[in-house]
Design a protein. Structure first.
Length: 581
C-alpha cells in the first residue's frame, strides 16, 4: 500500500504526459481491434455478387492506413512513457544522493558502501523499468484484456467461455512463479551488493592487501561470492525459463478448444467463417496481455522490492540537523569557543570518553590540546564541528550555545585539517578549491605558501594542475597534510583546527608553517592537537587530557614549572632528541 502511494507521488508531476501517453495507447488498442473486424467483413462478403477486387483493394488501403497510424502512435507513447521513466529515475537518484549527504557518519559506519552503490545503480534500474515499461504495460494489458474479451463475447458468448477455460490455470502459474521469482530476485540483488562491496574494498585496499600478501585470499573471497551470484542467477534463469513454456502450453490448449468448438459452430452455421477468423485473431490478441501479466508482475515485484530498499534508506532520519533552538539570525562567528563541564560518551557505548571538560579560548588565541592516544582529542573536535552531537549547554560559540548556531554557519566558519585526510582524485588545485566556490589564483598561491607547499608544487610536471592518485602524482604523507592545510586555510574561517596535522611533517617545516600561521592568522582562533611539544610550545593556552579529564591547564612555561604530565612528556621528547644527536 505504501508502495503504491510512493509510486503515485513520483508519477504525479507527469500526469499530463501520462494522460497523453494513455490516450495514444487507447487509440492504438482501439485501432488494433478494428483490423480483425475488417478481415471478418472481407471474408463474409466475398461470396456476395457485388464483391470485387476493388473492395479488397479499398479494405487493404484502410488496413495500411491503420498500420501507419498505429506505428506513429506507438512511437509517441513509448517516447512519452520512457522519457518520464528517465526523469523519475533522475529525481529518485537526486533525492537519494541528497539524503545520503544529510546522514551522519554513524550511518555510514553501519552501512557498507557497496550496498549503497548497488541501490543507486542496480535497484534504481529496476525502479526505472517499473515506472517506464511497467506502468505502460499495466495500462495496456487491462485495456487489451477488457476490449478483446468484450469483442469475443460479442461474436459468441459460449465460444469465449471455452476459450478462456485454461486462463485460471495461467493465473495460478503466474502467482506461483511470481512469488518464486520475487524471492530469487531479492537473493540475487543481495549477493550482487555483497560482491560489489568486496570488489570495491579489495580495490581501495589494494596496497594493504599487497603488503600483507593477501591477494590470493581476496581473490578467493571475491571468486566465492561471484560463484554464489552465478548459482543464484542460474537458478533464477531456470525458473524464468520454465515460466514461458508453461504459459504457452496452457495457451495452446486454449487455441485447441477454440479450433474444435469454433469449427463446430461454424459448420453448424452458428457463427460465420468471417466471425470465426476474427475470433481467432482476438484470441491471439488476448494471449499478449495474459503473457504480459507475468512480465508486469515481475517488473512490479523487482521494482517495488528495489523501491523498498531505497525507501528504507530514505526513511533514515538525519541525526545531525538544526534543532528548535537554532537562531537563524546568526550569520557569522566571531571566534570565541567555550566548553562548560562537557561529559560525553558515544551513543551505543557506556564508556565515558570526555568527563567534565571546561576551557575557553578567546578570538585570536591559540589553544593546544595534548594527551595520550585514544584520550578523546579528535572526539572533542567532532563535537565542536557537530559531526557528533554534544550535550546541550556544554559548548558555547561566541557565548551562545552551539545549538543556536545554524549548522551550515558553524561548519562554514570552522576550517579543519582532520587527522585522517581524504583527498579527491582530481588536481591539486581542485582539492584546494574544494572548501570555497570562488577563489583567485593569487589566493591559492597564498595558502600553498602558508602551508609551505608551494615550492614542491612547482616541481610537479603539471604544477598545480597535477592530478592526485590514479595516473597522477602520488603525494607523500607530509605533502598530503600540507595540501589539506591549504584546503582548510582557503576557507579563511575565523576558527582553524589542526588535528595532528604535523605528524608526517618534519620539525623544521612545522616551525615554518607555525610561524606563517602566527603572522597571517592573528585574528583567528586556532586549536592545535599535537603529540610533539615543539608544535604547541608557543600556544597561548595548553590543556592536557588524561583519562577523559583535563589534568593540566596553562602555557608552556607554567606547565613546565608545575612538573606534571606535560613536563614528563617534554623531558622524554627532549631526551629522544638528544639521543638522536
Ligand atoms: N564513532 C565512535 N564510536 C564509538 N567510539 C568511538 C568512536 N570514535 C572514537 N571512539 C572512541 O573514543 C575514544 C577517543 O577517540 P579519539 O579519536 O577522540 O582519540 P584521540 O585522542 O584523537 O586519539 P589519537 O591521538 O590516537 O588520535 C577511543 O577510545 C575510541 O575508540
Ligand atoms: Mg585523534
Amino acid at each position: 500500500m505504501k508502495n503504491i502511494k510512493t509510486i503515485i507521488s513520483y508519477l504525479k508531476p507527469y500526469k499530463k504526459t501520462i494522460f497523453l501517453g494513455v490516450c495514444c495507447l487507447i487509440i492504438v488498442d482501439g485501432l488494433q481491434m478494428i483490423v480483425p473486424k475488417i478481415i471478418q467483413h472481407i471474408i463474409d462478403f466475398m461470396h456476395l455478387p457485388d464483391f470485387s477486387l476493388m473492395t479488397i483493394f479499398k479494405f487493404s488501403v484502410l488496413i495500411i492506413i491503420l498500420a501507419v497510424a498505429m506505428s506513429i502512435l506507438r512511437y509517441l507513447w513509448r517516447l512519452l512513457f520512457f522519457q518520464n521513466a528517465y526523469k523519475i529515475e533522475r529525481k529518485i537518484r537526486n533525492d537519494y544522493y541528497d539524503h545520503l549527504q544529510k546522514l551522519s557518519s554513524k550511518f555510514f559506519q553501519n552501512h557498507n558502501t557497496g550496498k549503497l552503490m548497488a541501490y543507486a545503480t542496480n535497484d534504481l534500474r529496476a525502479v526505472r523499468m517499473l515506472f517506464g515499461i511497467g506502468v505502460v504495460l499495466a495500462f495496456d494489458v487491462i485495456l487489451m484484456f477488457v476490449a478483446t474479451l468484450s469483442l469475443m463475447i460479442n461474436i459468441n458468448f459460449h465460444l469465449t467461455i471455452y476459450a478462456i477455460i485454461p486462463m485460471p490455470i495461467v493465473i495460478f502459474i503466474m502467482i506461483f512463479f511470481g512469488r518464486k521469482l520475487h524471492h530469487l530476485f531479492g537473493k540475487v540483488q543481495k549477493t550482487f551488493a555483497t560482491m560489489s562491496d568486496s570488489v570495491q574494498e579489495s580495490i581501495s585496499g589494494i596496497r594493504v592487501i599487497k603488503s600483507f600478501v593477501r591477494e590470493k585470499a581476496y581473490k578467493n573471497r571475491v571468486g566465492e561470492i561471484a560463484f554464489d551470484l552465478m548459482k543464484e542467477n542460474l537458478h533464477l534463469t531456470k525458473i524464468w525459463g520454465m515460466f514461458f513454456p508453461a504459459m504457452f502450453a496452457i495457451i495452446g490448449i486454449s487455441l485447441l478448444l477454440t479450433l474444435y468448438f469454433g469449427g463446430t459452430k461454424t459448420i453448424l452455421g452458428e457463427i460465420t467463417i468471417g466471425e470465426f477468423v476474427a475470433f481467432n485473431s482476438y484470441l491471439h490478441m488476448l494471449i499478449w496481455p495474459v503473457i504480459a501479466i507475468g512480465w508486469i508482475v515481475n517488473l512490479f515485484q523487482r521494482g517495488t522490492a528495489s523501491l523498498n530498499r531505497i525507501q528504507k534508506i530514505m526513511d533514515e532520519k538525519p541525526e545531525i540537523v538544526d534543532t528548535k533552538k537554532v537562531d537563524k539570525s546568526i550569520k557569522k562567528i566571531d571566534g570565541k569557543i567555550e566548553f562548560r563541564n562537557l561529559t560525553f560518551s558515544y551513543p551505543d557505548s557506556k564508556h565515558i570518553i570526555l568527563n567534565g571538560i571546561s576551557f575557553s579560548v578567546n578570538r585570536g588565541e591559540t589553544l593546544a590540546i595534548v594527551g595520550k592516544t585514544g584520550e578523546g582529542k579528535s572526539t572533542l573536535i567532532k563535537l565542536l564541528t557537530r559531526i557528533n552531537n554534544p550535550p546541550e549547554n556544554s559548548i558555547f560559540i561566541d557565548n551562545k550555545d552551539i545549538y543556536k548556531v545554524p549548522l551550515s554557519i558553524l561548519r562554514k566558519n570552522i576550517a579543519v585539517v582532520t587527522q585522517d585526510i581524504f583527498l579527491f582524485s582530481t588536481s591539486i588545485e581542485e582539492n584546494i578549491k574544494f572548501g570555497k566556490s570562488e577563489v583567485s589564483g593569487k589566493e591559492i598561491v597564498n595558502v600553498t605558501e602558508l602551508a609551505h607547499f608551494q615550492h614542491e608544487i612547482t616541481e610537479f610536471s603539471q604544477k598545480i594542475k597535477s592530478v592526485i592518485g590514479e595516473k597522477g602524482v602520488s603525494l607523500s604523507g607530509g605533502q598530503k597534510q600540507r595540501l589539506a592545510m591549504a584546503r582548510a586555510l582557503i576557507k579563511n574561517a575565523p576558527i582553524l583546527i589542526l588535528d595532528d596535522a604535523f605528524s608526517s611533517v618534519d620539525t623544521q617545516t612545522e616551525n615554518i608553517i607555525l610561524e606563517n600561521l602566527q603572522k597571517h592568522n592573528k585574528n583567528k582562533t586556532t586549536l592545535i592537537i599535537a603529540h610533539r611539544i615543539s608544535t604547541m610550545q608557543h600556544a597561548d593556552k595548553i590543556i592536557v587530557l588524561d583519562k577523559g579529564k583535563i589534568v593540566e591547564k596553562g602555557n608552556h612555561e607554567k606547565l613546565l614549572k608545575s612538573g606534571g604530565l606535560y613536563y614528563d612528556i617534554y623531558q622524554k621528547q627532549r631526551l629522544k632528541e638528544e639521543l638522536k644527536i
